[in-house]
Design a binder for this molecule. Structure first.
Ligand code: C2G
Length: 132
């Protein structure tokens, strides 16, 4: 059973997120998403439209996702990989290189983001303001 993990805020769930989840899931047999809590979002200087429970419920309804766990801080990745017996860590290429320190524990893969879509873009086009 090959276990894959990925991390993120996943606010205003869109097809770019789904594409990442689909490709991550296809790398193994089981996909864990460590979902940024509202508190951690503040640390990331991100404000999500939906709160953690709403974002969690939406991710749990995605066929590619097997388990959603909270992402509370930057430091938990090493322990998560051990705790969930992860074989592969996947992130969009906007994070290229940032998590190479995990390579001694598991495979680290950065995959291309889906162009033309982002939560920030949706907010800007919907609300017009320069939101984060
Ligand atoms: N993503 C993508 N294509 C897009 C938008 C996002 O592939 N058009 C990917 C990102 O690269 C990321 C995942 O979807 O791998 C989740 O995106 P965010 O919710 O923006 O995640 P982020 O805030 O970057 O959180 O500890 C890591 C952080 O929690 C990552």
């Amino acid at each position: 059973m090959k276990r894959v993990i990925t991390y993120g805020t996943y606010d205003l769930l869109h097809y770019g997120h789904i594409e990442l989840l689909r490709r991550a899931r296809e790398m193994g047999d089981y996909l864990i998403v460590a979902l940024s809590t509202d508190e951690f979002n503040r640390l990331k200087n991100k404000k999500s439209y939906y709160d953690y429970n709403q974002r969690k419920m939406m991710l749990e309804s995605v066929r590619y996702v097997d388990l959603v766990v909270p992402e509370n801080n930057w430091e938990q990745k090493k322990t998560d990989i051990a705790k969930y017996e992860v074989d592969t860590f996947v992130m969009g290429h906007d994070w290229e290189g940032e998590f190479d320190f995990l390579k001694n524990q598991c495979e680290v893969i950065y995959i291309n983001r889906t162009e033309g879509i982002s939560t920030t873009k949706i907010k800007k086009e919907l609300y017009g303001s320069d939101t984060k």
